[in-house]
Design a protein around this ligand. Structure first.
Ligand SMILES: [Zn+2]
Length: 444
């Protein structure tokens, strides 16, 4: 039955019983749900404490009833997360269980039929410290700046935090709304979020942010932020910085956004936010309609072009970032270098471009070989770029970029796979791409 359900749904299904029971007794789940998130949050900046009541409304869009959901709670990997009350579904207390370090399995307390809705209420507290290492532009507090990235518990396949790559795979929510209250008065520009809908006139304690069609929601809080505004092709862009004026960052992001609009189709959200975090090091990070920049990278052209490209490859066109990380990272690396007119970076990896993040042993929040010849960067980024340049060269620039524009438009806010994307590219050219695929990819 489990196998049958998997075929029918094409999604995560598990059977609790060994003897095939009637369908009514199968514990089943899916990520195929319509989701909307309402966040009521109170922030004490000095301590990094965020008290949250999250309300998640889901509608089952799978073809069969489901009985539980998997929720990704990445802050738990850093010890930043604690529940502060009962988790309820439609007002009733339900059973929950941690099945990995960061996956909370939430029983729905009943079978949710196709098309049926449930409302999950989840109260919790984050006490944010420095995450360090690769994670400083995700959920971290450094030098009094708090970066809230990959912090919101969201529906996910079963995953755990991992030290290499991006440990978060979420599908787009219809809407995410946050009402943020601060325990002390802050300047208006202290809160950097996409979809800023409400802010105090000069200083105050209440902000509201709203975003639609987003697979994640992030924000950065810094009372010392300076705001630089631009409008790019009619799209408002806000750049929040502390250590630089913001003009150089805005120049780079503006160039990237304008050229990417032409290359991959117009940016779809109502605004784009870039915000500097408190740490010097670590990796800058992309979120839908938002980019968090570490201090040493806040005016780095490559990083700006790379992160803005993720607004197309990741934010619009999603992928499984643990199983097929090249689907967003190789495109971000390739496109950044294409925009800069700089040649691809030489690489020395013997590994296939389509290696999963687990090809590099790592801890849950640190470690992993990012830098050596056979490391993550050389393999997934630089060799990925070499691969994409080979495909582009075989197809011709015009056909290559047209095919990518088409694939993004056809899958906007959804997910793709390597197989689907590569088959699509092949279908748009007379050139035989298979020898190139075979040279660089394990799966071909
Ligand atoms: Zn990237």
């Amino acid at each position: 039955m489990a196998a049958l359900l998997t075929i029918v749904l094409g999604i995560t299904i598990s059977a609790d019983a060994y003897v095939p029971p009637p369908v009514t007794h199968v514990a089943a789940t899916t990520t195929w749900v319509t989701q909307s998130y309402g966040i009521e949050a109170t922030l004490e900046v000095a301590s990094g404490r965020l008290d949250v009541v999250e309300t998640l409304r889901v509608t089952n869009r799978a073809g069969l009833p489901i009985s539980y959901l998997n929720i990704s709670v990445l802050p738990r990997a850093f010890g930043f997360y604690e529940p502060t009350g009962r988790l309820t579904v439609d007002g009733e207390r339900v059973a929950t269980r941690w099945t990995t370090g960061t996956n909370l399995r939430v029983s729905l307390g009943r079978r949710l039929a196709p098309g049926e809705q449930a409302t999950i209420r989840m109260p919790f507290r984050l006490t944010v410290g420095s995450a360090g290492g690769a994670f400083t532009a995700r959920l971290s507090r450094d030098r009094g700046v708090i970066s809230f990235g990959q912090w919101l518990p969201m529906v996910s396949p079963v995953l755990d935090s991992y030290g290499v790559g991006d440990p978060r795979v979420t599908t787009s929510a219809e809407r995410i709304t946050m009402d943020l209250t601060t325990t002390t008065r802050l300047p208006r520009d202290a809160v950097a979020c996409a979809g800023l809908a409400r802010a105090p006139a000069g200083s105050g304690t209440r902000w509201r942010c709203e975003i639609e069609n987003a697979r994640d929601f992030s924000f950065v809080v810094n009372p010392r932020f300076r705001l630089t505004r631009r409008t790019v092709d009619g799209i408002p862009m806000r750049v929040y910085t502390e250590t630089v004026s913001g003009e150089r960052t805005a120049d780079l992001a503006e160039t990237a956004l304008r050229r990417l609009n032409r290359l991959y189709g117009r940016y779809p959200w109502p605004d784009l936010v870039l915000a500097e975090v408190g740490a010097d090091d670590g990796f800058s990070m992309e979120y839908p309609a938002a980019i968090h920049l570490t201090r040493t990278k806040v005016v780095d052209p490559y990083v700006l072009y790379h992160e803005v490209t993720h607004q197309w490859f990741y934010a619009q066109l999603g992928n499984h970032q643990q199983h097929e990380p090249w689907l967003d990272e190789a495109f971000a690396d390739f496109t950044a270098r294409w925009l800069m007119g700089s040649p691809e970076r030489s690489q020395c990896s013997d590994r296939p471009v389509d290696s999963p993040v687990f090809a590099w042993p790592a801890g849950r929040t640190a470690g992993g070989d990012w830098l050596s010849c056979d490391g993550y960067f050389h393999t997934v980024f630089y060799k990925g770029t070499e691969f994409l340049n080979a495909v582009r060269s075989a197809m011709g620039d015009r056909a290559f970029f047209a095919a990518l524009r088409e694939h993004i438009a056809d899958n906007r806010y959804g997910m793709t796979t390597a197989r689907r994307l590569l088959d699509h590219l092949q279908s748009r050219t007379d050139a035989d791409l298979r020898p190139i695929y075979a040279r660089y990819l394990e799966a071909y």
